[in-house]
Design a protein around this ligand. Structure first.
Ligand code: ATP
Ligand code: MG
Length: 219
């Protein structure tokens, strides 16, 4: 049995076409089913639904053989014990710094003020501000980061941005882009050895379905 860990939402939806290219169809819709283990058209392959932040943990400890996880989550986790063969180029967005539209971020940075930053991504935020030599007090949140600058909890947030419409709706502006984010395939290293005959063709099929920007498309 091969177990693939996915999180509901964007990652699940955008992984489906890659699985289809490998001949795998998930037989139940996670939005209408309450099941956490979803069968596929292949008896030897199943999907488990876990929180996005739990995907690396499941794969690391062998609760799943492989999984799909955002670069954001992977960096925060550390990636220890995970084989990362592929950038799937799905669920793309960026990690950014945002502030209230009336907060003078450039000036606060220039003056060397201590900045209060609220984020779920404390590892990425700490590294980013350390690299810039900016002093920050980090406040760990688990969601609704946009609220922090509006309530005075923080001066800035570090969060994922895709279209920017959530920021805009909350009078926030993006002042720095930290990194581009996409989702990656992660594989349990022991499983890759023990189940290589089943996993290698699956990984290769998924790889060939990923649109490559390195290949020049001519004619
Ligand atoms: P949960 O909703 O279970 O609390 P979560 O919000 O971290 O967890 P999702 O919203 O499902 O998880 O996001 C999963 C992944 O999707 C993120 O880790 C990120 O890599 C990717 N993603 C892409 N665009 C966005 C976006 N605009 N906002 C949030 N995540 C995004
Ligand atoms: Mg979410």
């Amino acid at each position: 049995m091969i177990t693939l860990a996915l999180s509901k939402g964007r990652i699940f939806e955008e992984t489906l076409p890659l699985l289809a290219a490998a001949g795998i169809q998930v037989l139940e819709d996670p939005d209408s089913s309450r099941k956490l283990i979803l069968p596929t058209n292949q008896d030897a392959v199943r999907v488990v639904l876990v929180r996005a932040t739990d995907v690396p943990t499941y794969v690391e400890y062998g609760g799943a053989d492989l999984g799909v996880v955002g670069r954001d989550v992977l960096i925060e986790h550390g990636g220890a014990g995970l084989y990362q063969p592929l950038d799937l180029r799905i669920a793309t967005c960026r990690m950014s710094v945002a502030v209230r539209d009336d907060f003078d971020y450039e000036n606060a940075v220039r003056q060397g003020s201590r900045i209060r930053v609220a984020t779920k991504y404390t590892g990425i935020a700490r590294q980013h501000f350390a690299d810039k030599g900016v002093h920050v007090d980090l406040i760990k949140l688990y969601g609704s980061m946009e609220l922090a600058p509006l309530t005075g909890l923080a001066d800035a947030i570090v969060d994922l941005v895709s279209t920017g419409s959530t920021l805009k709706a909350n009078r926030l502006v993006e002042v720095e882009r930290i990194m581009d984010i996409s989702s990656r395939l992660v594989v349990n290293q022991a499983a890759l050895k023990l189940k290589r005959d089943a996993l290698k063709p699956l990984i290769d099929a998924i790889a060939s379905a990923v649109p490559s920007s390195d290949v020049a498309v001519t004619a």
